[in-house]
Design a protein around this ligand. Sequence first.
Ligand code: CA
Ligand code: CA
Length: 178
Amino acid sequence: MPTTEAAARARLVFTLFDADGNGFLEPADFELMARRTVDALPAAGEEAGRALLAAFLRYADTLVAELDTDGDGRISPQEFSAVVLDPGRFDAAADEFARALAGMGDPDGDGFVVRADFVALMTAIGFERPNIETLFDAFGPVEGDRIPVAVWAEGIRDYYHPDKSGIAGDHLVPGAAS
Ligand SMILES: [Ca+2]
Ligand SMILES: [Ca+2]
């Protein structure tokens, strides 16, 4: 059985990813999130907006490919939890997720995510601003107020780890920020 914290972390992400609130994750949800992100970064320009939209849709494709066990083209809460809370299955997919995520959080491909991009992305997904800032700080930003993509990827693996509690990712769960 996952820890209470692990179950709450997975539930929170599913709820946020389901941007249109229909109870399933589909590419349409990620398109909605991408548009929110582009709107939040008007200075990024049209080309950057298109690239970000493409990165979100790649992320959606990766999620569906890895998590859609029954092949109906969408991810149910059961399909989501079954994979992400099983380290044996999630670790195999984690590198794919990290690469797809890096496409969004590290648009210039230097291996680092700056705070502004991190905040914009996580805000678009629906996390609360104070929780996002606390998480970024917990990742130990280096010079230039940025974190290595690999640190974020490792944080995501921890986030879904069924046995972990009291980790950086717990800062994202409402009421847990401190
Ligand atoms: Ca949905
Ligand atoms: Ca499915």
